[in-house]
Design a protein around this ligand. Structure first.
Ligand code: CA
Length: 179
């Protein structure tokens, strides 16, 4: 856990599961330029194997793969690894597809044709959120209140209040949602 906050963090690994060569090439170039380590696979089966063997920090997953549908790949991936961020790349803009993807365990999605800059911003946002959850869960500020999660206290100026477990959980949720 502490390695993620060291001064010289290891390169984050991104696995791209996508069968369209042009998209793979574009993603690889942009992600490597951003300092990520990239591997790409063109089928769901190969993608799942790579996810297990290589241990990526995030997965970009196309929904329309030649051998399997991306939802199933997403579900399988999620069963095997509860925490790896999965971002779905979808040509389908319909709301139901997005919801289905999120139901299958994805963290986020982008609709093709997508902006690579936006995709990278989303990946970085996920990594920042993960880092905060892992390392600075103890105190945070919300609505001007200072929350100390370890002590179950919220304070503002001279006022302080003890928080129940559920109050604290709600505040944590609000905190992550407000990003
Ligand atoms: Ca495809």
């Amino acid at each position: 856990m502490t390695s993620a906050v060291s001064e010289e963090p290891a390169k984050k690994r991104i696995l791209v599961i996508e069968d369209e060569p042009d998209i793979v090439r574009g993603l690889r170039d942009a992600l490597e330029f951003e300092g990520f380590e990239v591997q790409a696979r063109g089928t769901g089966t190969e993608g799942l194997t790579a996810a297990m063997e290589w241990g990526p920090d995030a997965v970009l997953l196309d929904l329309m793969l030649p051998d399997d549908n991306g939802y199933r790949v997403c579900e399988t991936l999620r069963q095997r690894d509860e925490t790896v961020p999965i971002i779905i790349l979808t040509a389908k803009a319909q709301e139901t597809d997005k919801i289905r993807g999120l139901d299958a365990g994805a963290d986020d999605y982008v609709t093709k044709p997508f902006s690579v800059a936006e995709l990278i911003a989303r990946i970085n946002a996920i990594f920042r959120r993960q880092a905060r959850m892992a390392h600075s869960d103890e105190t945070f500020t919300i609505g001007g209140w200072q929350i100390n999660a370890r002590k179950h206290m919220m304070s503002r100026g001279r006022t302080s209040k003890r928080l129940t477990f559920y109050e604290l959980e709600v505040l944590k949720l609000l905190r992550y949602k407000s990003e």
